[in-house]
Design a protein around this ligand. Structure first.
Ligand code: CO
Length: 183
């Protein structure tokens, strides 16, 4: 596979991903490729669309040292990562939201504050097609929401306040220009 990171401005990032129905070795190969590209770019999450694929899936890996609340306690000690999330859906979430600084591998050098639910429960399938449920808090919950948005063509810059978006305008326009040269 010769896949690479797709940057802001690439049309696929605005498309809706397609439900996965075949849980075969090609899907495993795609997941391996996604992890490889994510680790190379030092990300904690990556959606298939970000490497130009339409499968409804994303991968997440958050190091234990980043899975901490304000008091330094692990948020999700029982969750085993890395994990591949196929056909994910949020089935419930907390009322409370948490502000946090977010970035995205498709937006190099750009970060912004985004509100996300503090806690989510999501249903998904693993690479074998088995149904699984994850209860996630904090950064992991944020990553799940961010990646799930990608699968619906939604990007984190859609979720920031209009005032803050104006501040990012120059950087976003520059990135769009760079991307147009490559597609
Ligand atoms: Co992203």
């Amino acid at each position: 596979m010769n896949l690479s990171l797709k940057m802001y401005g690439t049309p696929i990032l605005r498309e809706k991903a397609v439900e996965v129905t075949l849980f075969n070795s090609d899907l495993k190969t795609l997941a391996d490729e996604m992890f490889k590209i994510m680790y190379e770019a030092r990300g904690i999450g990556l959606a298939a669309e970000q490497i130009g694929r339409k499968e409804r899936m994303f991968v997440i890996d958050i190091p234990p040292t980043s899975d901490l609340d304000q008091n330094g306690q692990r948020e999700n000690p029982e969750v085993k990562l890395p994990e591949v999330f196929v056909n994910p859906k949020i089935i419930s979430h907390s009322e409370s939201v948490q502000k946090g600084i977010e970035g995205c591998l498709s937006f190099p050098g750009i970060t912004a504050e985004v509100d996300r639910w503090y806690e989510v429960s999501a249903e998904y399938q693993n690479l074998n097609g088995n149904k699984k449920i994850i209860n996630a808090k904090g950064l992991l919950a944020r990553a799940i929401q961010h990646e799930l948005d990608h699968l619906n063509g939604v990007l984190f810059i859609d979720k920031i306040s209009p005032v803050k978006k104006i501040l990012l305008d120059g950087k976003l326009k520059k990135l769009l220009k760079e991307t147009k040269k490559t597609i």
